[in-house]
Design a protein around this ligand. Structure first.
Ligand SMILES: *Cc1c(COP(=O)(O)O)cnc(C)c1O
Length: 339
Protein backbone atom coordinates (compact mmCIF):
# COMPACT_ATOMS: atom_id res chain seq x y z
CA UNK A 1 0.00 0.00 0.00
CA UNK A 2 2.83 2.38 0.76
CA UNK A 3 3.96 1.92 -2.78
CA UNK A 4 1.10 3.90 -4.39
CA UNK A 5 2.62 6.94 -6.04
CA UNK A 6 -0.38 9.24 -5.39
CA UNK A 7 1.07 12.18 -7.25
CA UNK A 8 1.65 10.32 -10.49
CA UNK A 9 -1.50 8.25 -10.78
CA UNK A 10 -2.91 8.03 -14.28
CA UNK A 11 -6.64 8.30 -14.96
CA UNK A 12 -7.12 4.59 -15.40
CA UNK A 13 -8.21 1.30 -13.90
CA UNK A 14 -6.72 0.53 -10.52
CA UNK A 15 -7.53 -2.69 -8.70
CA UNK A 16 -8.98 -2.17 -5.23
CA UNK A 17 -10.25 -4.69 -2.69
CA UNK A 18 -14.02 -4.74 -3.05
CA UNK A 19 -16.84 -4.01 -5.47
CA UNK A 20 -20.59 -4.11 -5.08
CA UNK A 21 -23.24 -5.88 -7.12
CA UNK A 22 -27.00 -6.07 -7.18
CA UNK A 23 -29.00 -8.27 -9.54
CA UNK A 24 -32.44 -7.46 -10.90
CA UNK A 25 -34.42 -10.63 -11.41
CA UNK A 26 -38.08 -11.65 -11.11
CA UNK A 27 -39.10 -8.04 -10.67
CA UNK A 28 -36.78 -7.09 -7.81
CA UNK A 29 -33.26 -5.97 -6.97
CA UNK A 30 -31.19 -8.26 -4.78
CA UNK A 31 -29.43 -7.23 -1.60
CA UNK A 32 -26.04 -5.66 -2.36
CA UNK A 33 -23.37 -8.30 -2.71
CA UNK A 34 -19.78 -7.50 -1.75
CA UNK A 35 -17.33 -9.06 -4.19
CA UNK A 36 -13.56 -9.33 -4.29
CA UNK A 37 -13.52 -10.52 -7.89
CA UNK A 38 -12.72 -8.23 -10.79
CA UNK A 39 -14.78 -10.43 -13.08
CA UNK A 40 -18.45 -10.86 -13.83
CA UNK A 41 -19.90 -14.19 -14.84
CA UNK A 42 -22.08 -13.20 -17.76
CA UNK A 43 -24.51 -14.92 -20.11
CA UNK A 44 -23.22 -14.70 -23.68
CA UNK A 45 -26.64 -13.55 -24.89
CA UNK A 46 -26.85 -10.66 -22.38
CA UNK A 47 -28.43 -7.63 -24.07
CA UNK A 48 -25.67 -5.40 -22.70
CA UNK A 49 -23.29 -7.21 -25.03
CA UNK A 50 -25.48 -7.32 -28.15
CA UNK A 51 -27.79 -4.37 -28.14
CA UNK A 52 -26.02 -1.78 -26.04
CA UNK A 53 -28.33 -1.90 -23.05
CA UNK A 54 -25.70 -0.30 -20.86
CA UNK A 55 -25.21 2.89 -18.89
CA UNK A 56 -22.55 4.12 -16.53
CA UNK A 57 -21.74 6.93 -14.12
CA UNK A 58 -18.61 8.60 -12.86
CA UNK A 59 -18.27 10.43 -9.58
CA UNK A 60 -15.54 11.04 -7.04
CA UNK A 61 -14.69 10.91 -3.36
CA UNK A 62 -12.08 13.28 -1.95
CA UNK A 63 -9.95 13.27 1.16
CA UNK A 64 -10.61 16.62 2.80
CA UNK A 65 -8.19 18.92 4.55
CA UNK A 66 -9.98 17.85 7.76
CA UNK A 67 -9.36 14.15 7.14
CA UNK A 68 -12.99 13.52 6.19
CA UNK A 69 -13.93 11.78 2.96
CA UNK A 70 -16.47 13.64 0.84
CA UNK A 71 -18.49 12.24 -2.05
CA UNK A 72 -19.60 14.92 -4.49
CA UNK A 73 -23.29 15.17 -5.51
CA UNK A 74 -23.97 11.42 -5.63
CA UNK A 75 -27.76 11.82 -5.80
CA UNK A 76 -27.36 13.71 -9.06
CA UNK A 77 -25.47 10.75 -10.50
CA UNK A 78 -28.10 8.35 -9.17
CA UNK A 79 -30.90 10.32 -10.83
CA UNK A 80 -28.96 10.64 -14.07
CA UNK A 81 -28.41 6.88 -14.14
CA UNK A 82 -32.18 6.44 -13.81
CA UNK A 83 -32.64 8.70 -16.84
CA UNK A 84 -30.05 6.72 -18.76
CA UNK A 85 -31.87 3.50 -17.81
CA UNK A 86 -35.16 4.91 -19.13
CA UNK A 87 -33.41 6.00 -22.34
CA UNK A 88 -32.35 2.47 -23.28
CA UNK A 89 -35.28 0.72 -21.57
CA UNK A 90 -33.41 -0.79 -18.63
CA UNK A 91 -34.68 -1.32 -15.11
CA UNK A 92 -33.92 1.77 -13.00
CA UNK A 93 -31.69 1.45 -9.95
CA UNK A 94 -33.53 2.82 -6.89
CA UNK A 95 -31.77 5.86 -5.47
CA UNK A 96 -31.32 4.22 -2.06
CA UNK A 97 -29.59 1.24 -3.64
CA UNK A 98 -27.37 3.55 -5.70
CA UNK A 99 -26.38 5.52 -2.58
CA UNK A 100 -25.74 2.38 -0.55
CA UNK A 101 -23.47 0.94 -3.25
CA UNK A 102 -21.47 4.15 -3.61
CA UNK A 103 -21.03 4.60 0.14
CA UNK A 104 -20.04 0.94 0.62
CA UNK A 105 -17.67 1.12 -2.32
CA UNK A 106 -15.81 4.02 -0.75
CA UNK A 107 -15.99 2.76 2.84
CA UNK A 108 -14.68 -0.72 2.04
CA UNK A 109 -11.83 0.73 -0.02
CA UNK A 110 -11.00 3.63 2.29
CA UNK A 111 -7.28 2.97 2.14
CA UNK A 112 -7.30 3.78 -1.55
CA UNK A 113 -8.63 7.32 -1.09
CA UNK A 114 -5.66 9.50 -2.08
CA UNK A 115 -4.37 11.88 0.62
CA UNK A 116 -5.35 15.53 0.61
CA UNK A 117 -3.01 17.68 -1.44
CA UNK A 118 -1.98 15.06 -3.98
CA UNK A 119 -4.46 16.20 -6.63
CA UNK A 120 -5.67 12.63 -6.90
CA UNK A 121 -9.08 11.31 -5.83
CA UNK A 122 -11.09 8.10 -5.62
CA UNK A 123 -13.07 7.60 -8.81
CA UNK A 124 -16.37 5.75 -8.45
CA UNK A 125 -17.72 3.91 -11.46
CA UNK A 126 -21.29 2.58 -11.27
CA UNK A 127 -22.42 0.49 -14.25
CA UNK A 128 -25.82 -0.91 -15.21
CA UNK A 129 -26.52 -3.29 -18.06
CA UNK A 130 -28.92 -5.87 -19.41
CA UNK A 131 -27.67 -9.26 -18.19
CA UNK A 132 -30.66 -11.31 -19.24
CA UNK A 133 -30.38 -13.43 -22.39
CA UNK A 134 -32.28 -12.31 -25.50
CA UNK A 135 -31.61 -12.71 -29.18
CA UNK A 136 -34.58 -10.81 -30.55
CA UNK A 137 -34.34 -7.04 -30.20
CA UNK A 138 -36.04 -6.30 -26.92
CA UNK A 139 -35.13 -5.15 -23.42
CA UNK A 140 -33.66 -7.77 -21.10
CA UNK A 141 -35.67 -9.09 -18.16
CA UNK A 142 -32.58 -9.17 -15.93
CA UNK A 143 -30.04 -6.45 -15.06
CA UNK A 144 -26.79 -6.11 -13.19
CA UNK A 145 -25.85 -3.00 -11.26
CA UNK A 146 -22.21 -2.90 -10.18
CA UNK A 147 -20.02 -0.28 -8.50
CA UNK A 148 -16.23 -0.33 -8.45
CA UNK A 149 -13.78 2.33 -7.33
CA UNK A 150 -10.14 3.20 -7.84
CA UNK A 151 -7.71 6.04 -7.18
CA UNK A 152 -7.07 8.30 -10.17
CA UNK A 153 -4.99 11.27 -11.12
CA UNK A 154 -6.19 14.04 -13.40
CA UNK A 155 -8.01 12.97 -16.59
CA UNK A 156 -6.25 15.08 -19.14
CA UNK A 157 -2.49 14.54 -19.11
CA UNK A 158 -2.09 18.29 -18.83
CA UNK A 159 -4.12 18.37 -15.58
CA UNK A 160 -5.15 21.95 -14.90
CA UNK A 161 -2.72 23.04 -17.57
CA UNK A 162 -4.23 24.26 -20.81
CA UNK A 163 -4.91 21.75 -23.59
CA UNK A 164 -5.62 21.80 -27.32
CA UNK A 165 -8.88 20.72 -28.98
CA UNK A 166 -9.76 19.91 -32.56
CA UNK A 167 -13.08 20.76 -34.24
CA UNK A 168 -14.33 17.79 -36.28
CA UNK A 169 -17.07 17.68 -38.89
CA UNK A 170 -16.64 14.21 -40.37
CA UNK A 171 -17.86 12.40 -37.25
CA UNK A 172 -20.75 12.88 -34.82
CA UNK A 173 -20.89 11.40 -31.35
CA UNK A 174 -24.67 11.63 -31.05
CA UNK A 175 -27.81 12.65 -32.93
CA UNK A 176 -30.27 15.29 -31.72
CA UNK A 177 -33.04 12.75 -31.12
CA UNK A 178 -30.64 9.97 -30.18
CA UNK A 179 -28.89 9.10 -26.94
CA UNK A 180 -26.41 11.98 -26.55
CA UNK A 181 -28.23 13.25 -23.46
CA UNK A 182 -27.85 10.03 -21.49
CA UNK A 183 -24.66 8.40 -20.22
CA UNK A 184 -24.54 5.23 -22.29
CA UNK A 185 -21.47 3.41 -23.54
CA UNK A 186 -22.66 3.58 -27.14
CA UNK A 187 -22.01 7.33 -27.26
CA UNK A 188 -18.42 6.68 -26.29
CA UNK A 189 -17.99 3.97 -28.90
CA UNK A 190 -19.35 6.41 -31.48
CA UNK A 191 -16.90 9.13 -30.41
CA UNK A 192 -13.76 6.97 -30.38
CA UNK A 193 -12.70 7.45 -34.00
CA UNK A 194 -12.76 11.24 -33.72
CA UNK A 195 -11.14 11.31 -30.27
CA UNK A 196 -8.35 8.84 -31.09
CA UNK A 197 -7.55 10.64 -34.31
CA UNK A 198 -7.45 13.94 -32.41
CA UNK A 199 -4.95 12.34 -30.00
CA UNK A 200 -2.83 11.12 -32.90
CA UNK A 201 -2.85 14.59 -34.37
CA UNK A 202 -1.67 16.12 -31.09
CA UNK A 203 -4.91 17.21 -29.42
CA UNK A 204 -6.35 16.38 -26.01
CA UNK A 205 -9.76 15.77 -27.54
CA UNK A 206 -12.21 16.40 -30.37
CA UNK A 207 -14.76 19.18 -30.30
CA UNK A 208 -18.04 17.95 -31.80
CA UNK A 209 -20.49 20.23 -33.58
CA UNK A 210 -24.27 19.94 -33.78
CA UNK A 211 -25.07 16.98 -36.01
CA UNK A 212 -27.62 18.73 -38.27
CA UNK A 213 -26.06 22.02 -39.34
CA UNK A 214 -22.46 21.67 -38.13
CA UNK A 215 -22.76 25.28 -37.04
CA UNK A 216 -22.80 25.14 -33.27
CA UNK A 217 -20.48 23.82 -30.59
CA UNK A 218 -21.88 20.66 -29.04
CA UNK A 219 -19.73 18.44 -26.81
CA UNK A 220 -16.02 18.66 -25.97
CA UNK A 221 -15.24 14.96 -26.36
CA UNK A 222 -16.18 13.34 -23.05
CA UNK A 223 -16.84 16.70 -21.39
CA UNK A 224 -19.14 19.73 -21.62
CA UNK A 225 -17.96 22.93 -23.28
CA UNK A 226 -18.07 26.43 -21.79
CA UNK A 227 -16.76 29.81 -22.81
CA UNK A 228 -16.24 32.98 -20.82
CA UNK A 229 -16.99 36.28 -22.48
CA UNK A 230 -16.77 39.37 -20.30
CA UNK A 231 -19.04 38.65 -17.36
CA UNK A 232 -20.87 35.75 -19.01
CA UNK A 233 -20.52 32.00 -18.61
CA UNK A 234 -21.75 30.52 -21.88
CA UNK A 235 -22.48 26.84 -22.43
CA UNK A 236 -24.27 25.04 -25.29
CA UNK A 237 -27.97 24.35 -25.24
CA UNK A 238 -28.37 21.11 -27.11
CA UNK A 239 -30.39 17.92 -26.92
CA UNK A 240 -27.38 15.82 -27.78
CA UNK A 241 -25.04 16.80 -24.94
CA UNK A 242 -24.83 15.04 -21.60
CA UNK A 243 -26.11 17.17 -18.72
CA UNK A 244 -22.85 17.48 -16.80
CA UNK A 245 -23.13 17.77 -13.03
CA UNK A 246 -19.85 19.67 -13.00
CA UNK A 247 -21.19 22.16 -15.53
CA UNK A 248 -24.40 22.57 -13.54
CA UNK A 249 -22.32 23.21 -10.41
CA UNK A 250 -20.02 25.69 -12.18
CA UNK A 251 -23.09 27.60 -13.43
CA UNK A 252 -24.31 27.99 -9.87
CA UNK A 253 -20.88 29.10 -8.63
CA UNK A 254 -20.48 31.52 -11.55
CA UNK A 255 -23.89 33.01 -10.81
CA UNK A 256 -22.89 33.45 -7.17
CA UNK A 257 -19.80 35.29 -8.36
CA UNK A 258 -22.11 37.73 -10.10
CA UNK A 259 -21.76 36.31 -13.59
CA UNK A 260 -24.54 35.89 -16.14
CA UNK A 261 -25.26 32.34 -17.30
CA UNK A 262 -26.15 31.81 -20.95
CA UNK A 263 -27.35 28.42 -22.14
CA UNK A 264 -27.76 28.79 -25.87
CA UNK A 265 -26.46 27.86 -29.29
CA UNK A 266 -22.80 28.79 -29.69
CA UNK A 267 -21.86 29.39 -33.34
CA UNK A 268 -18.36 28.21 -34.21
CA UNK A 269 -17.31 31.76 -35.20
CA UNK A 270 -18.09 32.94 -31.69
CA UNK A 271 -14.99 31.04 -30.56
CA UNK A 272 -13.06 34.12 -31.71
CA UNK A 273 -14.87 36.25 -29.13
CA UNK A 274 -14.29 34.23 -25.97
CA UNK A 275 -11.80 35.35 -23.33
CA UNK A 276 -11.54 31.83 -21.91
CA UNK A 277 -12.67 28.40 -23.00
CA UNK A 278 -12.83 25.19 -21.01
CA UNK A 279 -14.06 21.60 -20.97
CA UNK A 280 -15.71 20.44 -17.76
CA UNK A 281 -16.60 17.12 -16.17
CA UNK A 282 -16.01 15.02 -13.07
CA UNK A 283 -12.73 13.62 -14.35
CA UNK A 284 -10.91 16.95 -14.73
CA UNK A 285 -13.37 19.48 -13.20
CA UNK A 286 -12.10 22.08 -15.69
CA UNK A 287 -9.63 21.58 -18.49
CA UNK A 288 -8.72 25.02 -19.73
CA UNK A 289 -8.41 25.08 -23.51
CA UNK A 290 -5.51 27.09 -24.89
CA UNK A 291 -6.08 26.39 -28.53
CA UNK A 292 -8.85 25.16 -30.81
CA UNK A 293 -8.01 24.16 -34.36
CA UNK A 294 -10.68 23.68 -37.00
CA UNK A 295 -9.57 20.48 -38.71
CA UNK A 296 -11.18 21.39 -42.05
CA UNK A 297 -10.25 25.02 -42.47
CA UNK A 298 -7.10 25.05 -40.34
CA UNK A 299 -8.47 28.12 -38.57
CA UNK A 300 -7.05 28.54 -35.06
CA UNK A 301 -8.50 30.12 -31.95
CA UNK A 302 -6.13 30.79 -29.08
CA UNK A 303 -6.75 31.52 -25.41
CA UNK A 304 -4.69 31.90 -22.24
CA UNK A 305 -1.94 33.55 -24.19
CA UNK A 306 0.51 33.58 -21.30
CA UNK A 307 0.25 29.79 -21.26
CA UNK A 308 -1.87 29.77 -18.14
CA UNK A 309 -5.57 29.20 -17.48
CA UNK A 310 -7.76 32.29 -17.44
CA UNK A 311 -8.67 34.04 -14.21
CA UNK A 312 -12.37 33.12 -14.27
CA UNK A 313 -11.71 29.44 -15.02
CA UNK A 314 -9.10 29.37 -12.26
CA UNK A 315 -11.46 30.97 -9.77
CA UNK A 316 -14.26 28.56 -10.61
CA UNK A 317 -11.91 25.59 -10.43
CA UNK A 318 -10.50 26.62 -7.05
CA UNK A 319 -13.98 27.18 -5.65
CA UNK A 320 -15.35 23.82 -6.75
CA UNK A 321 -12.19 21.97 -5.69
CA UNK A 322 -12.43 23.76 -2.33
CA UNK A 323 -15.97 22.53 -1.74
CA UNK A 324 -14.94 19.00 -2.67
CA UNK A 325 -11.94 19.05 -0.35
CA UNK A 326 -13.54 20.89 2.54
CA UNK A 327 -11.53 24.11 2.30
CA UNK A 328 -14.62 26.06 1.16
CA UNK A 329 -18.02 25.93 2.89
CA UNK A 330 -20.51 23.57 1.24
CA UNK A 331 -23.46 25.94 1.24
CA UNK A 332 -25.49 23.83 -1.21
CA UNK A 333 -25.17 20.46 0.51
CA UNK A 334 -23.24 19.06 -2.43
CA UNK A 335 -21.02 16.75 -0.44
CA UNK A 336 -21.80 13.61 1.51
CA UNK A 337 -19.36 12.87 4.29
CA UNK A 338 -18.44 9.21 4.74
CA UNK A 339 -18.48 8.41 8.44
C1 LIG B 1 -19.97 12.16 -18.00
C2 LIG B 1 -19.94 13.12 -19.13
C3 LIG B 1 -19.73 14.49 -18.95
C4 LIG B 1 -19.43 15.11 -17.62
O1 LIG B 1 -20.46 14.98 -16.69
P1 LIG B 1 -20.14 15.20 -15.15
O2 LIG B 1 -21.43 14.91 -14.47
O3 LIG B 1 -19.73 16.61 -14.98
O4 LIG B 1 -19.06 14.25 -14.81
C5 LIG B 1 -19.77 15.31 -20.06
N1 LIG B 1 -19.96 14.82 -21.29
C6 LIG B 1 -20.14 13.50 -21.51
C7 LIG B 1 -20.35 13.03 -22.89
C8 LIG B 1 -20.15 12.61 -20.44
O5 LIG B 1 -20.32 11.31 -20.67
Amino acid sequence: MNTIDWKNLPFGYFKTDYNLRSYYKDGKWSELEVSTSEYINLHMAATGLHYGQEAFEGLKAFMGIDGKIRVFRMDENGIRMQNSAKGVMMEEVPLDLFREAVIKGVTLNKKYVPPYGTGASLYIRPILFGSGAEVGVKPAKEYLFCVFVGPVGPYFKEGFNPCKMQIVRDYDRAAPLGTGNIKVGGNYAASLRAIMRAHDEGFASALFLDAIEKKYIDEAGPANFFGIKGNSYITPKSDSILPSITNKSLCILAEEMGMTIERRHIPVEELAEFDEVGACGTAAVISPVCKIVDRDSGKEYTYCKNGKAGTVSTKLYEKLKGIQEGTEPDTHGWTYIIE
